[in-house]
Write a protein that binds this ligand. Sequence first.
Ligand code: BG6
Length: 482
Amino acid sequence: MQQKERKQFPNGFLWGASSSAFQIEGGWQEGNKGMTVADFNSFKRSDKQADSKVASDFYHHWEEDIELMKELGLKAYRFSISWARIIPDGDGEVNEEGLAFYHKVINRLIERGITPLVTLYHFDLPYALVEKYNGWESRECVDAFERYAKICFKEFGDKVKYWMVHNEQNLMIRVNERMNIYETDDYLADKMRAQMDYHMFLAHARAVLACHKMVVDGKVGPAISSTCTYPLTNKPEDVWSAKMNDWFKTNYCLDMYYHGEYPGYYMRYLKERDIVPHMEEGDKDILKSAKMDFIGVNYYRTLCSSYLPADEKHPMGSRVYRGNEVDFDQYGYCRDEKNENLQASEYGAQIDPMGLRIVLNEYYQRYHLPMIIAENGLGMADTLTEDERVHDEYRIAYLKEHIKVCQLVIEDGVELFGYCPWSVIDLLSSHQGFKKRYGFVYVNRDDHDVKDLRRIKKDSFYWYQNVIKTNGEQLEQLETER
Ligand code: BG6
């Protein structure tokens, strides 16, 4: 029998890894950096878990960390610039020390043959913008973001060609504390959220236009949190609810980036809920003319849903969060359910490589744009053995299955140009401290003691090194890695 020919990863495929500023840098006040919303939120939990003050201390370990990236064989490194390091109060004076820090990092990456992929905004709005304007609720914030983006394009645009504007706008907008929404009335909170979301779309569009104007050969796009939802049963209402869950949590956002207008079902929701945001003349042209070049896809898990009818107490479109802060139930549409067919990680993520195949195919068929996996990984409470090893075979198993899917989607005809697992080294979880780890490199600290922050390569480091070396051909763990 003839052996089936497998499509290989293309030459130049960007094998990478990811991080974000507030989760990796530390040095939260050093070099004149201003406080951010992410700092503020992490400090609220300081008594129970690590905060962003030191994080992984990349601010002081950047040289050592880039050497580790080189040793790992990374072709690309996705990281974010902290807006408040560049402009401490968000829209005032530019901080030369902040610019110098990122110049050093970017130059070193390039010297080591690692392509920088830069995100402009990863959950860390300068806190001063909240104090001045309530952040994204105001158009002033859109102007401030455009100015910040232009400063980055001007400074780094000759060296950085791949730009991601907002990280997970579609997820961030659902989490009140990330948006700094403290309104207790659900309706007013949703109204504020809708206005903030709209302003972020406008900011995204203005940044895309500026990038195309200012960065020669620049490629720009979003990094979205992907959603793949299965219906709890094959009842038509449940099937509809699963679609709605995807559309409300991710697809409306991609459509807005791509078409520059809300899809019909979303406009209907905004109208029914009476929260249509204020839009100004000229916005439409900006939104419609800003064309993204690629889509960054963050993928961790899949969801499941059933139909949830609206009732007298719960108006159509109103939302309630159960269990965690990102997966809402929406009356008249969908209710979040557990998928009994999937295993969940110790932190509750329903692990599902097949879902990655579904979302990548779906997005490619809808938009025909190249895609890069900007995040994918498994958060676990890794332990260090006495002989200084971290046997994270569960992470290897997770990543291996997802890389196999990448190969399959390339065979499916999807233009996938890179894979950047989360995260390059251990870093602060977005809201669960330091115990939950994702990295290829163990950082020796815990939630309450920063210890010596020593870097220790995990088994997954050696495994991924070999994956990269063989361009994805060799996915099995070698004996020597155990
Ligand atoms: C993504 C974020 O949603 O998930 C990252 O872009 C985050 O910032 C990652 O760290 C993993 O989530 P968590 O909550 O485990 O850190």
